[in-house]
Design a protein around this ligand. Structure first.
Ligand SMILES: Cc1ncc(C[n+]2csc(CCOP(=O)(O)OP(=O)(O)O)c2C)c(N)n1
Length: 371
């Protein structure tokens, strides 16, 4: 018997239709010109100056951190140059009561959210004081397990929802992180419970040496939001105004009961993956580097700000000098922190009574350390 004819669905057409919706949102082009006037966010000149100052400061922090690492004065460090718009303009759209769940490269956001810089340096050294977040600073320590912070962010957002506070949980991972199971579980659960969360994928083109093209055959990472039933946005991550506007919009939606958003920021890290020894020249060409250097978020924003008459070399130098001074003080304070001891690690683990085996170890190490 001949098969009954059913109406044919064209899955390829469905996919294409979805992909076509994900155009990259941009406000400032590479020349710092406004290409999307209706979308320019409502920021005062003072706020624009503050955002530019933070971006310049963070570039200096990156340069200083790299050289401190080379001198053996910092431990783990993941460079941030190139990602300032993605990191700082997104953070600029947040409020103090929002919670940030960073990845290891997202130290700038948590510092601007209130983690003292000297503690960030201690985090880099693997010192436990680096992870003792001051009361009232709503950040979690940087996550090393790729993608794990997505599930935790959903949990934090669920907590915010249950408390009924007007805040969001904001988390960041990379393009590589979007291949992890935790990524899908996090956004799916967040969608199912309609929690106030913003999920960032900073697509800096590489997961260490693995190019974005090998992570997924999806044309964009933002479109993965569709399967979770939540809004997804594709943003030029080298454009501070676009990143700010997209984040502000997602935050508004979240605090007003509209649920989570996935935001993919297209960006590039100018430096190596970390200071632990990868050599980007083995997986990227200098032509690719130069193409992305033209998109540098600092250059683009500087042009825009100078065009408005609210930024100049003198202002920039002031920020650079202030950054250098504060970094010097912060590293001094980190140096002055007593070295961590084995007994510290045991003592900070348990609030209540220690289990027997740890009690024994505590005695052994207390004796050793007192010698
Ligand atoms: C679960 C897990 N698998 C593997 C690693 C090792 N690892 C460290 S960084 C990294 C690449 C992450 O790339 P991406 O998510 O794109 O972030 P980026 O470093 O580019 O910001 C990997 C695989 C890890 N830390 N955790």
């Amino acid at each position: 018997m001949a098969a009954k004819k059913t109406k044919q669905i064209d899955p390829e057409k469905v996919l294409k239709t979805i992909e076509e919706q994900f155009e990259m949102f941009q406000i400032l082009n590479e020349e710092g010109e406004v290409v999307n006037p209706d979308a320019v966010p409502d920021l005062t000149d003072e706020e624009l100056v503050e955002l530019m100052s933070r971006m310049v400061y963070t570039r200096i922090l990156d340069q200083r951190s790299i050289s401190l690492n080379r001198q053996g004065r910092l431990g783990f460090y993941a460079p941030t140059a190139g990602q300032e718009a993605s990191q700082l303009a997104s953070h600029f759209a947040l409020e103090k009561e929002d919670f940030i769940l960073p990845g290891y490269r997202d130290v700038p956001q948590i510092v601007w959210h209130g983690l003292p810089l000297w503690q960030a340096f201690l985090f880099s050294r693997g010192h436990f004081v680096g992870n003792q977040i001051p009361e009232g600073v709503n950040v979690l320590p940087p996550q090393i397990i790729i993608g794990a912070q997505y599930i935790q962010a959903t949990g934090v957002a669920l907590g915010i929802q249950k408390r009924g506070t007007k805040a969001v949980a904001v988390t960041y991972t990379g393009d590589g992180g979007s291949s992890q199971g935790d990524f899908y579980e996090g956004i799916n659960f967040a969608g199912a419970f309609n929690v106030p969360a913003i999920f960032f994928v900073q697509n800096n083109q590489y997961a260490i040496s693995t190019p974005r093209e090998l992570q997924t055959s999806a044309k964009t990472i933002a479109q993965k939001a569709v399967a979770a039933g939540i809004p997804g946005v594709l943003v030029d991550g080298m454009d501070p105004l676009a990143v700010y506007a997209a984040t502000k919009d997602a935050r508004e939606r979240a605090v007003n009961g509209g649920g989570p958003t996935l935001i993919e920021t297209i960006c590039y890290r100018f430096g190596p993956h970390t200071m632990a020894g990868d050599d980007p020249t083995r997986y990227r060409t200098s032509d690719t580097d130069s193409e992305w250097e033209k998109k540098d978020p600092l250059v683009r924003f500087r042009k825009y700000m100078e065009g408005k008459g609210i930024w100049n070399e003198e202002k920039e130098n002031e920020v650079i000098e202030r950054a250098k001074e504060e970094i010097k003080e912060a590293i001094k304070k980190a140096d002055a922190t007593p070295k961590q001891k084995v007994t510290d690690l045991i003592n900070i683990m348990h609030e209540s009574e220690l289990p027997l085996n740890l009690k024994e170890q505590l005695e052994i190490y207390t004796a050793k350390e007192s010698k």
